[in-house]
Ligand binder design. Structure first.
Ligand SMILES: Nc1nc2c(ncn2[C@@H]2O[C@H](COP(=O)(O)OP(=O)(O)O)[C@@H](O)[C@H]2O)c(=O)[nH]1
Ligand SMILES: [Mg+2]
Length: 169
């Protein structure tokens, strides 16, 4: 099982759509569109789409309730967790805080830097180094674009050759 986590609007639902090659996950320009935990079954993997963190326009109480639900779900079910970060931004405090929660809960995780179609080659080079420096304990790190499909073959390759063959399941 693999769960997609990350700030609202980082591209979780879009990436899931691109991976599953079907418009199954709700995608919206409006943050906070994914309002519950969704499960999608692929051949060997169950994918989890979840509400994002850090969306300011829902009530504090609602956000807190989602966060508690998500944390409880992850601790109980213990999926591999993908942390999606926006490749166009420097590392965000919320992302670093989320990773430290995952590490404390001893959940395995990987980093996917989204929307790489918006980066120049020089920016990719710079961001690649930043990802390694900021997330040294991630099982895997990669750039992806739901829009162009860039990075998806490498991601699938890692899932097939490392994840599914080892003891993450
Ligand atoms: N340029 C670019 N935009 C993207 C990409 N993936 C998603 N987006 C846009 O980012 C916004 C949020 O996407 P969504 O998948 O709903 O994010 P979520 O809130 O994390 O589930 C939408 O406007 C998407 O069109 C991508 O690969 N490249
Ligand atoms: Mg979503």
């Amino acid at each position: 099982m693999m769960a997609l986590s990350g700030r609202s609007n980082v591209g979780k639902s879009s990436l899931l759509n691109a991976l599953l090659k079907a418009s199954v996950a709700a995608v919206s320009r409006q943050p906070g569109c994914t309002r519950t935990i969704w499960l999608y079954e692929e051949k060997d993997i169950v994918w989890v789409d979840m509400p994002g963190y850090g969306y300011a326009r829902i009530s504090h109480a609602q956000r807190k309730a989602w966060q508690q639900e998500i944390r409880a779900f992850l601790k109980l079910v213990r999926p591999f967790v993908w942390v999606l970060v926006d490749s166009r931004l420097p590392p965000q405090a919320l992302d670093l805080a989320w990773v430290s929660f995952l590490e404390k809960a001893q959940l395995s995780y990987g980093i996917l830097a989204t929307k790489v179609d918006d980066l120049t080659q020089a920016q990719r080079h710079y961001q690649r180094k930043a990802l390694l420096e900021n997330f040294p304990h991630a099982s895997w790190r990669g750039f992806v674009s739901a829009r162009t499909g860039e990075g998806l073959p490498a991601l699938r390759e890692w899932i097939q050759t490392s994840f599914l063959k080892h003891d993450y399941l």
